[in-house]
Write a protein that binds this ligand. Structure first.
Ligand code: SF4
Length: 243
């Protein structure tokens, strides 16, 4: 009997994916596979527990044990929008280890919760998870927006993860993601200055060891420069006046 393994991130897309898989295949052979980065919002785990109970499935939670910051220190590399070793070490590797131990690629289907607007990512994801075959139920019609998925969860009696109400697009790493752009970091500074300050302090520690590196970059007159969180905060608090 085929094993159906949903990459269960705690985001609303992976929840909707799990619901579609459950509707198509039942829940007897359904696995909700979640990776703990040790920096998630506690409310993410509340949602994972509530939604898994709603499906009648016990989630499988794997962990490397480190935080993204510890991975950056160990790798001597600060993650950014293009290269995120945190994702490789804290999510992909622990999930792969679980799959290797428990899921025969010949009789397993993996499911990833990207939606129809992200279809361009499919070849890369399929390649990354080989030899396990991957399906993308939210890329199938009827196409749902994120808002429709959130409404669906509410209609099922679930309280969606609070990070969406706080204005974040993704429910991961408590809104402190090295893949995010300036806009999300400015938003984090506004709605959760204490988490921004903690990230800024971690970045400064790494800069002390690694030199002039930063999560963010900016281009000025055709040249790319690191843009430390400290500087982004300074600009947010002291914007240049026009003229
Ligand atoms: S959500 Fe962002 S910070 Fe967290 S592991 Fe993934 S890439 Fe890294």
């Amino acid at each position: 009997m085929t094993l159906h393994v949903v990459q269960y991130s705690g985001g609303i897309g992976s929840w909707a994916t799990a619901m579609r898989v459950a509707m198509r295949h039942g829940t007897d052979r359904l696995v909700l596979l979640a990776a703990d980065t040790r920096v998630e919002d506690p409310d993410l785990w509340r949602f994972v527990a509530d939604s898994a109970a709603h499906l009648g499935v016990k989630p499988v939670i794997v962990a490397d044990g480190r935080t993204p910051w510890q991975v950056f220190a160990d790798q001597r590399f600060l993650g950014n929008s293009l290269i995120a070793p945190c994702s490789l070490h804290l999510k992909q590797k622990p999930c792969r280890a679980w799959l290797t131990a428990h899921a025969d690629p010949a009789d397993t289907i993996l499911y990833v919760g990207i939606d129809w607007a992200e279809k361009g990512r499919i070849p890369g994801i399929e390649k990354g998870w080989a030899p396990w075959p991957v399906e993308f139920p939210m890329c199938d019609p009827p196409y749902l927006t994120k808002q429709q998925m959130l409404d669906w969860a509410r209609a099922e009696g679930l309280r969606p993860p609070r990070l969406y109400d706080d204005g974040f697009t993704h429910n991961n790493c408590f809104g402190v993601c090295v893949r995010a752009g300036q806009r999300q970091w400015r938003h984090l500074l506004e709605v959760a200055p204490e988490r921004y300050a903690a990230a800024e302090a971690e970045e400064e520690k790494l800069r002390a060891h690694l030199g002039d590196v930063a999560i963010l970059k900016e281009r000025r007159q055709g040249v790319t420069y690191p843009l430390p969180l400290r500087e982004l905060r300074r600009r947010a608090h002291h914007p240049r006046q026009p003229g």
